[in-house]
Design a protein around this ligand. Structure first.
Ligand SMILES: CC(C)(COP(=O)(O)OP(=O)(O)OC[C@H]1O[C@@H](n2cnc3c(N)ncnc32)[C@H](O)[C@@H]1OP(=O)(O)O)[C@@H](O)C(=O)NCCC(=O)NCCS
Length: 178
């Protein structure tokens, strides 16, 4: 990917780049900050450093072989955001699945928007034609963000997600990029 720098809406300088091995602790801190704030993501338990190092080892080779496109956002040396598109396989190899997360203190300053722009651009270069994602129906911030990019809902699993003492729908959204 092309490394890029931009000024966020609050004036902070943000660097977007490919992840690398020495991001291990930064990525671990990011995922665990999302778990601790009880963000609307699938993971509920904190990740250990060993789990994250095994994950990152596989992840870096998937990036190297083109199976995954990933971008991290860095502010003053801290990893504050991560986004990826994982390519499906076989007859679905033209489809990619998007995932994204930004640390709480760095939200609403345009970081997710810039990461998605970068990923969609790279996805096109990789020949992907369809991007899909799953989002919980109570995650209005993410749904609003995805709609801004033209993602539309294509279906939902009613009560597909256990959320605290209730259930919420699991929404699937799709964007055609070619
Ligand atoms: C969803 C998430 C990635 C958005 O990241 P972000 O960097 O704050 O997004 P941006 O600043 O680029 O916001 C872009 C637009 O999305 C919408 N949006 C983002 N957060 C919003 C909020 N809390 N309420 C309403 N709209 C919101 C707005 O339209 C916003 O544009 P605006 O700020 O000009 O109004 C972030 O909130 C997050 O990481 N949440 C926890 C993890 C998560 O939910 N991941 C997605 C799982 S499907």
């Amino acid at each position: 990917m092309h490394t890029q720098m931009f000024s966020a809406k609050d004036g902070r300088t943000v660097l977007l780049r490919k992840p690398r091995w020495d991001d291990l602790d930064g990525l671990l801190a990011l995922i665990n900050s999302l778990v601790r704030e009880d963000a609307p993501i699938n993971r509920m338990a904190e990740v250990s450093r060993l789990e994250e190092s095994e994950f990152l080892t596989k992840r870096l080779s998937s990036i190297e072989n083109g199976a995954i496109i990933q971008v991290v956002a860095e502010v003053d040396g801290e990893i504050v955001g991560n986004a990826e598109i994982s390519k499906l396989r076989g007859r679905e190899a033209h489809v990619g699945r998007l995932g994204i997360g930004v640390k709480r203190d760095y939200r609403r300053i345009g970081i997710a928007t810039r990461m998605i722009e970068s990923l969609l651009h790279q996805a096109e270069e990789h020949g992907l034609k369809i991007i899909l994602l799953a989002v919980y129906a109570n995650n209005l911030s993410a749904i609003t963000l995805y709609r801004k990019f033209g993602f539309r809902e294509i279906g939902r699993t009613p009560k597909g997600v256990r959320w605290k003492d209730a259930y919420v729908d699991d929404i699937r959204m799709v964007l055609e990029i070619a």
